[in-house]
Design a protein around this ligand. Structure first.
Ligand code: NAP
Length: 305
C-alpha cells in the first residue's frame, strides 16, 4: 500500500458503484481512511439498500485498508451532517469530501416533469451543498481554533453541464451549477486552508450504460472507458500535494486529463439604451466572440470526443 494519502480521512459519496467506488478503492490503496457513502438505490434514485457501501468498505478492509460504510442520503441536510460527524468520530478528523453521488432522469425539456427536475437538482446540487456546508463549518472551526487545516472539497461536474448536452436540462443545470459552486466555494474557503476543485468525468458505468453501445465494445475500448481513470486525479486532489490548486474543473477519462476553462468576458462595447439599434451591434459582438464549446469541449458544436 502506498503512503501518498496516509492519515488523510476522506468521505466519498455515491461510492458503492461506478466512479465513486473507484475513488474509494484508490484512495484506500494510497493509505487514506475512507467513509464509503452510498444510498443503495436504483439508477433513477428510487429505493435504498445498505449493500453497496458496505461491500466497498469490506473490500477495502480485506485489502488491509481502513473504511466504514455510510448509507445516508447526501441531499438530506441533517443526514449530511451525520456523515461528517461519522468521519470525525470514526477516524478522529476529516480531510476531504468527494461529492460524487448522482442520478439521471433524462428527458427533453418539453416532456420533463416537475419530479424529474426536482430529483436531479436535489441529489446533485443539494447533495453537493449539504456535505460541503457541514465540512466547511468543521474546517473553519478547526482553523479558528489555531489548527493547521489542509482540506479538500472535490466535486463532480460534467461536460453535459459545462458544454451542454441536449436532453439533460435538469442534469446539465445541476452540473453547471456545481462548476459555479466550486469556483465560489474555492474563493470563500481558501482562507481556512480548504481547496475546492471539481472533476468532469467520462466513463462507462450504470449511469451511462444505456447511452452508448456498451455490449459491442472491444476489450481495449472497455478498458479506456473504465471508471478507474477518474480516480488518479481525485486521489491527487485529496492528497496534501494538491494544496496549491483550487477553483478548477478537470475533465478526466481514459482518453484525457484536461482543465476546463471557465466563462470569460468576450467582446465588449459601451452600453446601448435603444433596443431598436441593438440588433446589428449585438450580432457584431456575437460574430467577434468565441463560439460556445460543443460537447467535444472545442469551439464548435461537435459530438462526444
Ligand atoms: P453510478 O454508477 O450510478 O453511481 C452513482 C452513485 O451515486 C451510486 O452508487 C448511487 O448509489 C449514488 N447515489 C445516488 N443518489 C444518492 C444519494 N442521494 N445519496 C448517496 N448516494 C447516492 O454513476 P457514475 O457514472 O459512477 O456517476 C458518478 C458521478 O459522476 C455522478 O455525479 C455523475 O453525474 C458523474 N458523471 C458521470 C459520468 C459518466 O460518464 N459516468 C459523466 C459525467 C458525470 P445507489 O445507486 O446505490 O443509491
Amino acid at each position: 500500500m502506498s503512503s501518498f494519502c496516509e492519515d488523510r480521512v476522506v468521505i466519498v459519496t455515491g461510492a458503492g458503484r461506478g466512479i465513486g467506488r473507484e475513488h474509494a478503492l484508490m484512495l484506500a490503496a494510497h493509505g487514506a481512511k475512507v467513509v464509503v457513502n452510498d444510498l443503495g438505490g436504483a439508477r433513477d434514485g428510487a429505493g435504498a439498500d445498505a449493500g453497496p457501501a458496505e461491500e466497498v468498505a469490506s473490500e477495502i478492509r480485506a485489502a488491509g485498508g481502513e473504511a466504514v460504510a455510510n448509507t445516508d442520503d447526501v441531499s438530506d441536510f441533517a443526514a449530511a451532517k451525520r456523515m461528517i460527524d461519522q468521519a470525525v468520530d470514526e477516524f478522529g478528523r476529516l480531510d476531504a469530501v468527494v461529492n460524487n453521488a448522482g442520478i439521471l432522469r433524462d428527458r427533453m425539456l418539453v416532456n420533463m416533469d416537475e419530479a424529474e427536475w426536482d430529483a436531479v437538482i436535489q441529489v446533485h446540487l443539494k447533495g453537493t451543498f449539504a456535505p460541503s456546508r457541514h465540512a466547511a463549518a468543521y474546517w473553519r472551526e478547526r482553523s479558528k481554533a489555531g489548527e493547521s487545516v489542509d482540506a479538500r472539497i472535490i466535486n463532480t461536474s460534467s461536460v453535459s453541464g459545462i458544454y451542454g448536452n441536449p436532453g439533460q436540462t435538469n442534469y446539465g443545470a445541476a452540473k453547471m451549477g456545481i462548476a459555479g459552486f466550486t469556483i465560489i466555494a474555492a474563493r470563500e474557503l481558501g482562507r481556512y486552508g480548504v481547496t475546492v476543485n471539481a472533476v468532469a468525468p467520462g466513463a462507462l458505468t450504470r449511469m451511462t450504460e444505456d447511452l452508448g453501445s456498451g455490449g459491442e465494445l472491444s476489450e481495449e475500448e472497455l478498458a479506456r472507458r473504465s471508471p478507474r481513470w477518474i480516480a488518479p486525479i481525485v486521489t491527487w486532489l485529496a492528497s496534501a500535494d494538491s494544496r496549491d490548486v483550487t477553483g478548477r474543473v478537470f475533465e478526466a477519462s481514459g482518453r484525457m486529463l484536461a482543465v476546463a476553462e471557465g466563462w470569460h468576458r468576450g467582446p465588449t462595447i459601451e452600453p446601448v439604451d435603444d433596443p431598436t439599434k441593438i440588433g446589428p451591434i449585438a450580432r457584431e459582438l456575437v460574430k467577434s466572440a468565441r463560439l460556445n464549446a460543443g460537447m467535444n469541449g472545442k469551439d464548435m458544436d461537435g459530438g462526444l470526443d
